[in-house]
Design a binder for this molecule. Structure first.
Ligand SMILES: Cc1cc2nc3c(=O)[nH]c(=O)nc-3n(C[C@H](O)[C@H](O)[C@H](O)COP(=O)(O)O)c2cc1C
Length: 419
């Protein structure tokens, strides 16, 4: 695909959907749902701000497709028809500002601490223990995979009924779909394991089932790793993942968004600093880890933070290490997430054709009006990659927890309220 004449503010199409510009809000778990995964006022408020900021496309945080796929206590669900009405509150507020919004559909597979969500059992492509959490999953039977395909498709149908403009399949970062793609986590000997054709079968069946329910015009995109980054383990490299993307393009996916890594990779997915992040994490999402792991985490926290600060330094556009390889080979739009903060870095990536669009997570958590601010040349609260938001992930609402940047954000919102 030729992106060479595009700019940040030129329009782009994703399937049947025309978008006015090329900076999107990527998925960040809201941690604001009620205990049964329903939409609350706090969820609606989160999206109201992003829509007010004129964000061209918003992708929700990951939404579980069935109870077994839930990874955090206050995560949104699309697992039953009774949730459609609540979900419609999100699309209503975004459409009210003229915005567009996709729902990110997910099943966490083995990347979960069972006690955190009260999960009776954990499933995956194969029974490979997750090294970070120690969670040992059970391999799915092929009859169960069919039921999961239906769960994804039904969740998409509910999201379409709730007014979402499209859905994103979370096929990255080591969650269930990614567990099927990666040979390290997929050791199956049946038609869902082995060759690329087999490892993509689950994703392709989900796509086909969504098309049957939602029609060909309903945009379906994928979040995909640019590299698995699983040293010493059989993970996928960029060439392998480009082949996956090409196969999914052939199957009819409308765009891919490029990220990086699994939980077991460490933190390449959120490059930055990790002191604040790890301090919060040991008392948040990690608090339910088995005793030995939790204690080790407490003892070694300063060392882990120091090493992580060196290994995964923050920089703008860190997944541009991979995205151009996809942009060169695919005809559908390639969206690159990872570290984007400034208009210059975004303009450069799109202007040079390294990707078709860019997306950002933490920068929008710090400044929900980021798009409008960049477009109009106004300064807003600027994310400093402290990863305080990551430290609270799954335990506290997604928000900016940096003392100074967070204070800037609250002051900005207070001014906005008084206008
Ligand atoms: C608080 C938080 C929650 C996240 N939740 C999700 C999620 O639900 N789904 C997903 O695909 N990625 C999730 N991510 C990863 C982001 O989508 C993105 O890949 C990452 O933050 C890097 O982009 P950034 O530098 O623009 O923040 C989350 C990141 C943060 C900081």
């Amino acid at each position: 695909m030729s992106h060479t004449t595009a700019s940040l503010f030129s329009p782009i199409r994703i399937g049947s959907l025309a978008l006015p510009a090329r900076l999107f809000k990527t998925a960040t778990a809201e941690t604001r749902a009620d205990a049964s995964g329903g939409v609350t006022d706090a969820v609606v408020d989160f999206y109201r701000l992003l829509a007010k900021g004129e964000t061209p496309l918003i992708v929700t945080g990951n939404i579980y497709v069935n109870r077994q796929g839930k990874s955090a206590p206050r995560q949104l669900g699309a697992d039953e028809d009774g949730k459609i009405e609540g979900l419609r509150r999100i699309t209503g507020v975004v459409h009210g500002f003229g915005g567009r919004i996709f729902a990110q559909l997910n099943h966490c597979g083995r990347q979960v601490v069972p006690d955190f969500v009260g999960a009776p059992e954990v499933v995956s492509a194969s029974g490979v223990t997750e090294l970070l959490t120690g969670t040992r999953p059970r391999a799915l039977g092929s009859d169960e995979i069919g039921a999961l395909v239906t769960a994804f498709a039904e969740a998409a149908r509910r999201c379409q009924a709730a007014g979402f403009d499209g859905v994103q399949l979370h096929s990255a970062n080591g969650y269930l779909l990614s567990q099927f793609l990666t040979p390290y986590t997929n050791r199956r000997g049946d038609e869902y394991g082995g060759s690329l054709e087999n490892r993509t079968r689950f994703a392709r069946e989900i796509l086909a089932a969504i098309r049957l329910r939602c029609g060909d015009d309903f945009p379906v995109i994928m979040k995909l790793n640019g590299a698995d980054r699983l040293p010493l383990r059989p993970g996928l490299d960029t060439e392998d993942l480009v082949a996956v993307a090409l196969r999914m393009q052939e199957a009819g996916i409308d765009a891919v968004e490029i990220t990086v890594g699994h939980y077991e990779s460490g933190f390449p997915m959120v490059c930055g600093t990790f002191d604040l992040c790890l301090r919060h994490m040991v008392d948040g999402s990690m608090a339910q880890l088995p005793f030995v792991r939790r204690t080790a985490m407490r003892w070694f926290r300063p060392l882990v933070a120091w090493a992580s600060n060196h290994l995964w330094k923050g920089r703008e556009g860190f997944n541009l290490d991979y995205a151009p390889a996809f942009a060169r080979r695919l005809s559908i739009p390639v969206i690159c997430v990872g570290g984007f903060r400034s208009r210059a870095a975004m303009e450069d990536a799109i202007g040079r054709g390294l990707c078709g669009a860019v997306s950002a997570g933490r920068a929008f958590i710090a400044d929900p009006f980021l798009f409008r601010h960049l477009r109009d040349g106004q300064a807003g609260p600027r994310c400093v990659d402290c990863n305080g938001c990551v430290g609270h992930l799954g335990a506290q609402p997604a928000d900016c927890y940096h003392p100074l940047v967070g204070a800037d954000k609250r002051a900005m919102l207070a001014r906005e309220d008084s206008d």
